[in-house]
Design a protein around this ligand. Sequence first.
Ligand SMILES: [Zn+2]
Ligand SMILES: [Zn+2]
Length: 370
Amino acid sequence: MKRMGVGVSFGKILFKNPNIWIGKNTTVLPSFGKRVEETNLSALFGAKKMEGEAGNFRDSLSKTPPAMSAPYEVLLYYKYARLEDPDAYAADHRRLCGDLELRGRILIAKEGINGTVSGTKENCRKYRESLDSDPLMQEIAWKIDPEEGHVFPKLSIKVRDEVVTLELGEEDFNPLDLTATHLKPAEWREAMKEDNVVLLDARNDYEWEIGRFEGALLPDVPSFRDLPKWVRDHREELDGKKILTYCTGGIRCEKFSGFLLQEGFKEVYQLDGGIVSYGKDEEVKGGGYEGECYVFDERLSVPVNRTEGAKVVSSCRHCGMPGVRYRNCAWMPCNAQFLLCEDCEDAMGRYCAKVCKEVDLMSRAAVVGI
Ligand SMILES: [Zn+2]
Ligand SMILES: [Zn+2]
């Protein structure tokens, strides 16, 4: 059952399900059975979203910029480690986060920790101090964003086999033992300009859809666990090249770049701290990145490129107008998250597809009819 994660099903619903995609001039009838089944899966498993794990699933919301005061913080962090007893570690962590009233999602495994939490500035500071003083958690590269409140509805701490789900099985390894060379943002920016370089996005399709490095290879995969097969199917695009791979915060690339080395690729590099750190770097200012960076919390995406060359790469599903305004489909069994401009919402309602609107209106009429 674990393999049927929300990420796969939701990823399809989100952007890629051809059954519910309505092009500019075409309407494609969906197969209801499949979609409802996927949606129910999402409801059953709840919103278990982490970097590298899955998509996003929740009610619509409007994006509001952080207030000037920003009394809260959002922390994004990970640490590959060797945890003897992940269950005990998780129990301690639950107490710690509970005391500090943090919310968010944390995965703990023998190979380490992967988390993103929100809390008051003061409590986030205490949390960082606590982990920084833990011998197992030394030198975490914290990514800190100011916010005006929590960006998660609750706290979820889970113990898993892996902190990112690559599912290599027998070939699995700890990135402490195998990972590619890290490039700092400035080194990355330079390397991007070299010949014979290929930038390889290690994220899911619905993530790079709203933003990526210019010219990057964008694997058409709904989930991280699909990447190894994609690499094996696309060797000819990577062989003999210097591979620069990147993800949101760096955790997936620690593993993925190790996998690439294990697969025999010789020159592999990873972006230290991922896109998030790249966007915060004062020297490169996110240069060479286009669009926004998908994040796994209520913000949905964060800006990256602070240079003059910044541009939007995503657009309204219905009219194609550039933008990053997300809404969830108003037909509850669908509830797909999609990009919708204000004009289209005014004109046709908050539906991802014409058919969702029709079914929703029909079902409402039926209820009234009773
Ligand atoms: Zn539109
Ligand atoms: Zn819909």
